[in-house]
Unconditional design. Structure first.
Length: 345
């Protein structure tokens, strides 16, 4: 069973083909991705209308590339999947429209997939996939959540952000330091030459007693400190503030993850989403979990950002699990705001 997947929730256009035949984890045959980073850099962030238009330009050439790389044709596709939400409404509509139109033309079933479920299951595409059950730390763009995952489609929210997510804290702090979009990777690079102890920054909700997150206060503290340093800010001071900011975010993510593992009694942690590529986060999680006999799993680095492979994978795994999510017709809608708990069995 071949699943063709489309991802267009924000500023990456992704297309992928997976083989979900049999009982094993679906196998990735090919995938292609176009990032809009260069286009949005001039505006300091994603411009929704420009994102939607660029998805229209990219999606069909990427589809042709994916099929050619896999040595398959459209007639070989059994199911067409797309990101239904959450995300930017206009961007989601591009992927949904293309997927449903293509499925209708082929007479094939179509599936709307939850974007975060794609991230959640993306480590199953790695060479060392996890087993159920596990705790998942989802750190993707505007989302920071801790989930208990018992099986495909069975998710329980343990904690989530009540304001800014970790990715937003990285990007907004980076902007305050004069770094280009997207700020997170640039801040992490700048932090390599800084002293993480140079500035005392808050760790919001670190001792709250629950598993929720809050990063808006940290962003405000970074703003206050940046104003104290004045302009022009010295390069070493910028590096020190970047390192201190990154350390604060990572400490909260690590300690909350450890607490979730302790509360659930589970010995496996899955980390997914763009922030999951952060080197310091990986180092600190590996160190802390290693001391406790806990295995940590990550998607491959090139699959940490939004991509079509995770959407095709999630569709394939849901079909293998017997979850009824194939659409009966070709009309469609999108869900820009869509809680992951809403699709949990």
């Amino acid at each position: 069973m071949l699943v063709l997947g489309f991802e267009s929730s924000c500023d990456e256009t992704g297309v992928a083909l997976v083989d979900a035949s049999g009982a094993g984890v679906p196998r990735l045959l090919s995938h292609a991705l176009h990032s809009q980073i260069a286009m949005h850099q001039a505006y300091g962030g994603v411009v929704p209308e420009l994102a939607s238009r660029d998805h229209i330009r990219r999606v069909l050439p990427l589809t042709e590339q994916v099929l050619a790389d896999a040595g398959r044709s459209l007639k070989d596709v059994d199911v067409v999947a797309y990101t239904r939400g959450p995300g930017l409404a206009g961007a989601l509509l591009v992927g949904a429209g293309v997927a449903c139109s293509l499925a209708a033309a082929l007479g094939k079933p179509v599936m709307g997939v939850h974007h975060l479920e794609g991230h959640l299951l993306s480590p199953f595409l790695s060479q060392d996939p996890p087993e159920f059950a596990f705790v998942a730390l989802l750190v993707s763009g505007g989302h920071t959540q801790l989930m208990q995952v018992d099986r495909v489609g069975c998710y329980a929210v343990l904690g989530e952000t009540i304001d800014d997510a970790a990715g937003e804290a990285f990007d907004k702090s980076a902007k305050l330091l004069g770094l280009p979009y997207p700020g997170g990777p640039h801040l992490a690079k700048l932090a390599q030459g800084g002293d993480a102890q140079a500035f005392k920054l808050p760790r919001p909700l670190l001792h709250s007693g629950d598993l929720d997150f809050s990063f808006s206060g940290l962003k405000t503290a970074v703003l206050t400190q940046a104003r104290k340093l004045g302009e022009p800010m010295g390069e070493q001071a910028r590096a020190d503030l970047a390192a201190s900011t990154q350390a604060a975010i990572v400490e909260v993510l690590v300690k909350k993850s450890l607490k979730a593992l302790e509360q659930t009694g589970l010995k496996r942690l899955v980390v997914a989403g763009g922030v999951g590529a952060n080197t310091l986060l990986r180092e600190q999680l590996n160190l802390a979990c290693g001391k406790r006999g806990i295995r940590v799993y990550y998607p491959e680095l090139h699959l940490c950002t939004d991509n079509g492979a995770m959407i095709a994978l999630a569709a394939g795994m849901r079909l293998q699990a017997g979850l009824e999510s194939v659409q009966r017709g070709y009309t469609f809608d999108v869900k820009p705001r869509w809680g992951l708990a809403e699709i949990s069995a």
